[in-house]
Design a protein around this ligand. Structure first.
Ligand SMILES: NC(=O)c1ccc[n+]([C@@H]2O[C@H](COP(=O)([O-])OP(=O)(O)OC[C@H]3O[C@@H](n4cnc5c(N)ncnc54)[C@H](O)[C@@H]3O)[C@@H](O)[C@H]2O)c1
Length: 329
């Protein structure tokens, strides 16, 4: 299939590009390289374009027609929660404006299938042991709200019959398939710890008085390679949408969690960092950060039942591969 990947030069996008090429799909990347790295996608057609800029819709539609695109995976966007609080309007322009460009170009060229990068941040703070897709959404930041609205835009287009979308709600992506594809964004826990170690400073734990087993926040870390695999399964599922419609099947779910279903606390991640690096890592406990939910772990039933997706890699593989990528920078 011919797949257009927006944000394909990014951390997660780069992994999906690599898997799609491995299985022989035709891939085109559209990226403004604001945080992306062109070397991640060597040998792939790269169209450098800011999807939130004036005139980008026509340029994108032209690429889609020329390359006879069957499906889109939309990663392009900004992902810093703190920055989104400081520059909300810019976040709406980038994340929602960029998505609207993609949706309009798809509608004008008749391309129906889209996989969208959503986020577990749509759930906000919840007491649930496991977060199912049916849990209430109430994002705590402009960033999270751009993802909630992105899902709604796609659901409205699906209801109107123009698109076959699937929004994947990623939990915490970590690890790397190869050093070149590693995460360079140091606001995620694992790279943040590595950065502090390199600087000879203690990593920080933001609060150890949460109502969790060891008092630190619990998250569902999912290996980026597993996460990337989920995109291929989502694309394959969407490829059957026309046939399902023709057979009169009820609409397929459009929102799916991608995680492992297993939570790890900050202290557990630090223990794994100690095991992998051999560094005796002593953490310093500081105040809680506003808006950090105590626990966010995916209910992965729908991903398994609908897509046949189950994460295969664990925390050790994530920390180990992230450390190798970090060392090779
Ligand atoms: N990393 C995570 O844990 C995580 C979790 C939940 C959701 N997400 C979402 O997944 C997507 C990809 O995340 P990532 O971690 O790979 O981030 P990333 O920053 O590495 O990748 C984003 C890519 O999009 C490109 N881009 C950004 N704005 C653009 C624009 N206006 N026009 C064209 N290209 C643009 C960047 O250059 C980059 O290549 C994002 O939408 C993010 O919000 C990520």
């Amino acid at each position: 299939m011919a797949v257009l990947i927006t944000g394909g030069a990014g951390y997660i996008g780069g992994h999906v590009v690599s898997l799609l090429r491995e299985r022989g799909d035709d891939v085109v990347v559209v990226d403004d390289l604001s945080t992306g790295i062109a070397e991640r996608i060597d040998g792939v057609t790269l169209v450098t374009l800011d999807l939130a800029a004036e005139g980008s819709e026509e340029k994108l539609a032209k690429v889609m027609e020329e390359r006879r695109i069957d499906a889109v995976v939309h990663f392009a966007g900004r992902k810093q929660v703190g920055e989104s609080v400081e520059r909300p309007t810019w976040y709406w322009t980038q994340n929602v404006g960029g998505l609207l460009t993609v949706v309009r170009a798809m509608e004008s060229t008749g391309c129906r299938r889209i996989v969208f990068s959503s986020s577990a941040s749509v759930y906000g703070v919840s007491d649930a042991e496991l977060l199912a897709e049916t849990a209430p959404t109430s994002a705590l930041s402009p960033y999270g709200r751009t993802k909630m609205v992105g899902e709604q835009i796609l659901d409205d287009a699906a209801a109107a019959g123009t698109l076959d979308p699937m929004s994947l709600r990623y939990f915490n992506a970590a690890g790397a398939a190869s050093p070149l594809l590693g995460d360079t964004f140091v606001q995620n826990l694992i790279p943040m710890v590595f950065e502090r170690l390199d600087a000879g400073e203690s990593p920080r734990i933001f609060g150890d008085d949460y109502p969790t087993e060891d008092g630190t926040c619990v998250r569902d870390y999912v290996h980026v390679l597993d996460l990337a695999r989920a995109h291929l399964l989502a694309l394959d599922h969407l490829a059957g949408a026309g046939e399902r419609r023709a057979a009169g099947a009820p609409p397929s779910p459009t929102v799916v969690n991608v995680g492992t279903g297993v939570g790890s606390s900050v202290r557990e991640v630090l223990a794994e960092v100690r095991a992998v690096t051999g560094d005796p890592v002593e953490a310093e406990v500081t105040a809680r950060r506003p808006g950090d939910p105590p626990r966010a772990v995916a209910d992965v039933t729908l991903a398994r039942d609908l897509l046949g997706f189950t994460a295969e890699l664990g925390l050790h593989e994530m920390v180990d591969s992230a450390w190798k990528a970090w060392r090779a920078r």
